[in-house]
Ligand binder design. Structure first.
Ligand SMILES: [Zn+2]
Length: 75
């Protein structure tokens, strides 16, 4: 019997706002992204295996950093 299973991550854009990037220093749109990871069986995502993680991504340089709790409330 053949079982195909694994983990699949999915990024969802929650919101964005104009702000100063901590990496490149430019004022650009900062996108808040939620990443969820689910166990998949036969390429069908079934249930989450870890808590959702949040990132802020700069649209100017593309670098991502972890989001602070205040940024999640503001989004
Ligand atoms: Zn940047």
């Amino acid at each position: 019997m053949l079982l195909i299973f694994g983990l699949r991550s999915k990024d969802t854009i929650i919101g964005s706002r104009l702000g100063r990037c901590e990496v490149c220093g430019a004022t650009a749109a900062q996108t808040l992204v939620r990443r969820t990871t689910r166990f998949s069986l036969f390429f069908i995502p079934l249930f989450p295996v870890r808590a959702a993680r949040h990132f802020v991504t700069c649209t100017n340089c593309g670098r991502a950093r972890g989001a602070a709790r205040e940024e999640l409330v503001a989004a």
